[in-house]
Ligand binder design. Structure first.
Ligand code: MF3
Ligand code: CO
Length: 289
């Protein structure tokens, strides 16, 4: 791992190591010696990676915008899948979900008590009062983007509206805690606290992830983490903030028939928003939402 001071930097900038990432690497090493989990070099995106991820994210955002314009009661979740496939392809991308570990569709559509990984179907029709998460992931030129939004169909109850709103606030709290040279555990804890303060719970088993050069990279990003724990955030890391917030219990189970769809154990509603962020020198930049 050690590079000569005068050799080219590992990041591909063409600069000498001593004038580029040497001080950065030394700073990471100090955190590691103090006992913290630190990112491997392969989790630090180069300028070229960041440009590629941003181009992928343009498609990801456009697809979700398109769904926002068209989604309505009476529509099947297969129609959402068709929009994702068509818009992604038209813009030169590939839906990352399709075929991922055998996932059969191009997007996840999770309604009401479905926590995540809902499978689109022509037989699932959106109805007045539903809340639905559309989780969209895009590949362009080998670069990955991943984000999701909640949509409220017609006349949604005040209880469900509040869940959707507070879940969005949880992501905003998370974003405000993405500060370089601080720990992911502090960020996750703040997200959890905001949900708890509002009387909700947060799913433990499923969380966010590094993203960009692959769909799911390290680290696993928990939203029930303890302060002072988990990986150090450093500039150049890209990961998602995507808490699943439940109105009732945090317990969940997986649909045995399809092997994918996750439900709340008490069948109370669950909401999720997902954002992909780049850690910068001063905070973070939102790549897709
Ligand atoms: N988009 C999800 C995430 O946020 C992953 C979905 S994987 C799939 O990480 F196979 F279910 F599509
Ligand atoms: Co994700």
């Amino acid at each position: 791992m050690k590079i000569g001071r005068n050799l080219p930097c590992w990041c591909g900038s063409g600069k000498k190591y001593k004038a580029c990432h040497m001080a950065f690497d030394e700073k990471i090493a100090r955190f590691q010696h103090a006992g913290h989990i630190v990112p491997d070099r392969k989790l630090i995106k180069t300028e070229k990676d960041i440009e590629g991820i941003k181009r992928s994210a343009v498609i990801n955002v456009a697809v979700l915008d398109e769904i926002g314009e068209k989604i309505k009661a009476g529509m099947s979740t297969q129609e959402i899948d068709d929009i994702v496939m068509n818009t992604t392809k038209k813009m030169g991308g590939i839906p990352a979900d399709l075929g991922y570990e055998g996932f059969p569709k191009s997007v996840c559509t999770s309604i009401n008590d479905e926590v995540c990984h809902g499978i689109p179907s022509k037989d699932i029709i959106l109805k007045d009062g539903d809340i639905v998460n559309v989780d969209c992931s895009t590949i362009l030129d080998g670069y990955f983007s991943d984000s999701s939004r909640m949509f409220m169909i017609g006349d949604v109850s005040p209880e469900k509206r509040r869940l959707v709103q507070v879940t969005k606030e949880c992501v905003e709290v998370g974003i405000s805690k993405v500060v370089p040279w601080t720990l992911l555990g502090d960020m996750g804890h703040a997200v959890h606290q905001h949900a708890l303060d509002n009387g909700y719970s947060v799913v433990r088993e499923i969380g966010g992830h590094g993203c960009g050069n692959a769909f799911h990279e390290d680290p696993f990003v928990s939203y029930v983490s303890k302060p002072g724990t988990e990986m150090l955030m450093v500039p150049g890391m890209v990961f998602t903030i995507e808490p699943m917030v439940n109105m009732g219990t945090d317990r969940i189970y997986c649909d045995e028939e399809n092997g994918w769809t996750i439900y709340t154990a008490d069948h109370l509603p669950s909401a999720q928003w997902e954002v992909e962020v780049l850690v910068t020198e001063t905070g973070c930049e939102i790549l897709s939402w």
